[in-house]
Every structure is written in C-alpha cells, then in structure tokens.
Design a protein around this ligand. Sequence first.
Ligand SMILES: Cc1cc2nc3c(=O)[nH]c(=O)nc-3n(C[C@H](O)[C@H](O)[C@H](O)COP(=O)(O)OP(=O)(O)OC[C@H]3O[C@@H](n4cnc5c(N)ncnc54)[C@H](O)[C@@H]3O)c2cc1C
Length: 422
Amino acid sequence: MHLQEISHPKVGIVGGGPGGSFAALHFLKLAQEKGIFPHILIFEPRDFDKPGPESCNHCAGILSSRLMRGLGKLGLELPPRIIQSELHSYALHLDHEVIQIAQPDPSRRIASVYRGAGPRLLQGKPLAGLDGYLLTQACLRGAHHIPHRVEHITWQGKPIIQTTKEEHDVDFLILATGVNSHAPLSPRFGYQPPKTTLMAQDEILRPASWPAERVNIYFNQPPGLKFGVIIPKDDYLNISLLGKDTNRVSIQEFIQAQDLRDELAYSQSSSLCSCNPRIAVGPAHGYYGDRWVAVGDAAVSRLYKDGIGSAFYTAKKAIQVALNSGISKRAFKKQYEPYCQHIHRDNRFGRWLFSFWEFMLQKPLLLKAWTQALQAEKEQSAKTQAHIRIVWGMFTGDEPYRDLLYLGLHPQALRNLFFPPQ
Ligand SMILES: Cc1cc2nc3c(=O)[nH]c(=O)nc-3n(C[C@H](O)[C@H](O)[C@H](O)COP(=O)(O)OP(=O)(O)OC[C@H]3O[C@@H](n4cnc5c(N)ncnc54)[C@H](O)[C@@H]3O)c2cc1C
C-alpha cells in the first residue's frame, strides 16, 4: 500500500495541535522531495487566536532544545512574538534550601510560549501562540484547515471522516487528537488511548520582582505534590502542578504550602485563567493500522516533559514510514512501533529517576550530600558536571531519561556525590 501509486493522495489529519501540524509539515516536506502532491486536510475546531482555555491546548509551554533543533530542520524559525521568555536557569525549592542551576550548555536554547492566544483574562491584545503559528505554517505550505470538530471516523475500505457538516473519505488518516478529548474512531480501528493523569494550571501576572528568565520548581509541599513549576511568560507566570499518583493538588493549597502569597502578590482575584488538563502517562494501544496512524500524545509522549518535542518526532517518524515504506499496518508495525516503544522504554527510566528523586527528598543525609554535590559542580567545568546535567535534563526534557540515569551511575557522578570537589 503506497501513496506514490495515487496521483494526489488525500490525507486527513484529525487534530491541529502540534502533532497534527507537525505531521502536515513533515508530510509536505518529504512529499515534495519524492514528487508526491498530496491534498492535506487538517480538522481542528479551535480558534487559536482567541485567548482562554477553549482555544488553548492547556500546557506549560516549555520548548526543549531538541524541539528547537527540529523546528530549524523544518525551516521554521519561531518569530520573537511567539517566544514569551528565554529560559536560562532553574531554581529548585527544597524544604530548607533553594538551589539555582544555570543552563549547562548555552547553545541548547529553551523557551516558553503560549499554546493559545494567552490567558482568558488577558490584559491587552491577544498574544501569538505556538499552535496557531504551526497551523498557519502548515496551511502556507499547502495544507487546508477545516475548522470543524470530527464527530466520527468510520471505515468503508478507507477511513471516512465525518464532521457535523461534511464527510471525507481519505487515502490516509493521521490521528492527532491528543489526550484531552475523546478520539472519534469507530471500534473497528481497535484504538485504546493512553493512560492519563490530571494536572492543575493557573496563570497570573508576573510581579515586577519575579525573575523573567528563571523557572522555579517546588517539591514536598503540600503533601501529595510530585512537583509544582512556575514558568515566566513575559508579563505572566504559568503555574503547573502534578500530584503523586492520583492526588490532586489545588493552586491555592500550593501557594499556601510554599508560602508564596506575598512574593506572588496572590489573592483570590489573581487567577487569570485556570484549567485541569490531562497529561499522558503511558502509551496508546492499537495506534496504527492499514491507512492510518496516530501521532503525538494520541500515540506516545515523553513522560512529564517535552510532549511537544515528542509530537514533533513521532509525527516525523510516522510520515517517514508512510512515504518510504507505505501505509500498511505491516509497515507501521515494523518501523513505527519500535520507535514508539523506544519512547515508552525511555519513560520507564524516567519513572525510576523520578522515584529515586522522591526517595532522596525523604532522606535528609542523601539530600544533603546531593545538594553539596550540586553546589560544588557549579564551580566545575561543564564536562565534569553530572548532577546539574541530570536535573536540567529531567526537568526540561532535554536528554533521554536513560542517558540521565546512566549518567547518575557514572563514577564521576558518584565521586561528586560522595566526595564533593572542594
Ligand atoms: C499541564 C501540562 C503541562 C505541560 N507542559 C508541557 C511543556 O512545558 N512542554 C511540552 O513540551 N509539553 C508539555 N505538556 C504536554 C503537551 O501539552 C502535549 O504533549 C502536546 O500538546 C501534545 O500535542 P498533540 O498535538 O499530540 O495534542 P494536543 O496538543 O492535545 O492537540 C490535540 C488537538 O486535537 C484537536 N482535537 C481533539 N479532538 C478533535 C476532534 N474530534 N476533531 C478535530 N480536532 C480535534 C484539539 O482541539 C487539539 O487542538 C504539558 C501537558 C500538560 C497537561
């Protein structure tokens, strides 16, 4: 089953978040190199130019350096109006200490963006968001945006995409509906969405004294918190909380427990936009078949961090398989599944890292040794820094979890931990 055999293959992409737009952009790039002229439809009901949760794909919006590199390879340079803040350091708030970590490698740029056009109670004009930018780029390069929700996807020898207004049969279907809405596939496709957990998010105005280029991460308090992150986005701050297991932590509880009320000038009326989105914590099952494949969160994404980067790379791999090896279930099984499995396996290493992290937070002696190692590494060259790189990689999504775990077991890391350099 090869798209090359069809003169103008019709491709339906359901979902115009990053996964969907990246799929279109990769498709258009590779198809051009192969002399294929596809007709690409992206179904996306959200108007990303409107502020507020209805037009936003709820996310903290940190872009990893691996995503930034990928965008460059697609010929996309994010315009300054999209970038809200360049992020150069992280501050880890442990019970009695704040540890600051500067970007270990300045060439590995990370930044924050809005996904929609800014918070619901925006002060001023709508902002430019990532998802709207990517969708526009895909359309400028030849895709067509259909601004309707897909109600059903059925099968009649080919996938049939139905909105309330129209019906399209397509030669190839790409499912990019993420994990925050129901995937409208008929049971015939055998798709089972990923496991998810709920997060809490809020947006507030950034007090003038709050650093504009530093991400702050909080642990331990309130009980049940896995981590809380405060991310600067120009004039605003995004607060994102992840609870342990199924624990839900509210923003108010968090502000109170971390004693942030005065520093953030936080009151009942500070909240400009809040939501409780789902984040994927496992892979989907049955995420490809003849003439269809899922990408982004709808397939698999990196645990907790860099989901947008995963959307970029799963979309790229799926399109490479489709255009190089065909759109049969066999082709995806042979070449796409191993790629997704690789992400899933790496997430296991991530889970171990986060479990070890939580264990360490409960053990004062170990925590002390580790904070001393971190402080000592700050004086060292980037080459001999191990713990700084691990923390940066864990919380930015910048390096595979497996590499970070192995780095933690490296003699240099163990030396830095047990015999910190003076
Ligand atoms: C609180 C939180 C913080 C996060 N922070 C980060 C971060 O800092 N950095 C990072 O890289 N990742 C982060 N993520 C993960 C990131 O948001 C996702 O991995 C990423 O959005 C996945 O992109 P996607 O395109 O697969 O799905 P989505 O972004 O969810 O996009 C899916 C799209 O499909 C559309 N859609 C759904 N159903 C239909 C339908 N029936 N018909 C038509 N369209 C449909 C939706 O409107 C949406 O636009 C965070 C997630 C959460 C929950």
